[in-house]
Design a protein around this ligand. Sequence first.
Ligand SMILES: [Ca+2]
Length: 155
Amino acid sequence: MIRYLVLICTAIACTLCSCPQDWAEYDGECLFFGHDRRDFIGAENDCKHRHSYLASVDNAGKANFIRQILSVMHSNRLYRYWIGGTDFAIEGSWRWLETGSAIGPYTNWADGRPTNNGTFNCMMMEWVGDGLKWVDVECNHRDVTYICETAVSSS
Ligand SMILES: [Ca+2]
C-alpha cells in the first residue's frame, strides 16, 4: 500500500512541476523556441500570450543549453533569435525585460557589440562560428525568431 502511494505521489509531483508540451526544461525554467519570425515587440507579445517573456540568458549554463538545442533544431544555422535584453529605456544600460535588472556579470556579446547606437536597442542572438553571440540591432527587424521563458509551474 505504501509503495502504491509513493508511486501515485511521484506521478502527481512530476505532473505538477513539468513544463508545457513543446517546451524544454532547464534548471527550473521552461523555454519555448518560436517557429515563426517577428519583430521584437511581436515576439514579446507572443511570449506574453504564452504566459512567459523573452528569455533572460543570464548564465553560461542556460546559454549552452540553448545553443545545443538550436544547433540541433536549426542545423543550417541561418536563424537569428530575439531574447529579452534591451537598452530602450537608457541608452547603453542593458537590462532583462523579465526583471528589469542590469545585464551581467554574465554576457556573451559578439565582438564590437553592443554598438551603443541609439537606435540599436534590442538584443538578438546569432551564430558566430559554433557560438551563439549577442548582437544589438533595431527592434523592428521582422525576420527574427525568438525564445520565450517562464518558471516551471508549481500549480
Ligand atoms: Ca542602444
